[in-house]
Design a protein around this ligand. Structure first.
Ligand code: ZN
Length: 278
């Protein structure tokens, strides 16, 4: 198998951006916030899956299904995969394979043979339509929306791809008086200057991009975090690693002091930390 095999070969359908059905509009009527699960060195937010090195359930693989439940009465959770790096999908491979039964929205990227094999296991995967530039907005009801956008184009001509920079980023919007009042940002591993049309509202919740890495930090990052809501909250999601994640000095003084880490959740016996509007 070619190392640069296009992941799109293995997904079953092209997403119709206007008809994304990731959420059941009858049962989902509001958005309280996010839950950042402790998956060790990786990212898993709400129902997104991840985790690879220094996994908290390494000694007890069955525990992941209990920590990151993906099935409920009405079916299986929908999953938005930010990008095809192993620390963002690996928990759904062996530790919690039920996650493969839900609907996945994935970016078109050059993926490793391992990722291609995993993608072939997905029952219902939709690939982000590469010709779409604008964010897709999902109306959650109440004052909230979810927006999903792609951070860069897949190029068939290039032989390599920095997947951190071409994945999907998610924003959660809270509206007041017909404008976005505050938002939460789930950038995955994408540097901010690659995320198109970020809201200009105050940032309420943040999962530090790329596990708190400094790499890729630009004035866009500084500008986005400078516009913070008085109740701003941030979580660092990482495990033991050799990359120097996180560099907490980047988020001083306003964000770092009150930030929580997935390691703290683990030490406290918690599944993760929530960031809630109220
Ligand atoms: Zn990552």
């Amino acid at each position: 198998m070619d190392d640069n095999e296009d992941i799109a070969e293995t997904v079953t359908a092209e997403a119709d951006a206007a008809n994304l059905t990731l959420f059941d509009g009858e049962t989902v009527t509001g958005l309280r916030g996010i839950r950042v699960f402790d998956v060790g060195q990786g990212d898993c937010i709400g129902l997104l899956d991840g985790g690879l090195m220094d996994h908290p359930d390494e000694a007890n693989p069955n525990a992941t299904a209990e920590r990151l439940p993906v099935s409920y009465e009405g079916g299986f959770a929908s999953i938005v995969l930010t990008h095809w790096d192993k620390d963002h999908y690996w928990s759904a491979n062996k530790k919690n394979p039920e996650a493969q039964k839900g609907e996945w929205l994935v970016p078109r990227q050059m993926a490793s043979p391992q990722a291609v094999r995993f993608a072939a296991e997905l029952d219902r995967a939709k690939c982000w339509p590469e010709n779409r530039d604008a964010p897709v907005r999902l109306d959650i009801g109440g004052r909230w929306d979810i927006e999903i956008r792609k951070c860069g184009k897949f190029s068939k001509k290039k032989l390599t791809e920095d997947r951190n920079k071409t994945g999907l980023a998610v924003t959660l919007l809270e509206w007041r008086a017909q404008q976005v009042d505050t938002y939460m940002l789930l950038p995955g591993d994408c540097p901010f200057h690659r995320i198109p049309s970020l809201p200009s509202a105050e940032l309420r919740g943040l999962v530090a991009y790329h596990h708190g890495a400094r790499k890729g930090w630009t004035h866009k990052t500084s500008a986005a975090i400078a516009n913070f809501h008085t109740k701003h909250e941030m979580v660092y999601s990482y495990g033991e690693n050799d990359y120097g994640h996180p560099d907490r000095t980047s988020y001083e003084p306003n964000w770092n002091e009150t930030a929580r880490t997935t390691g703290e959740a683990r030490a406290a016996g918690e599944k993760g930390f929530d960031i809630r509007w109220k």
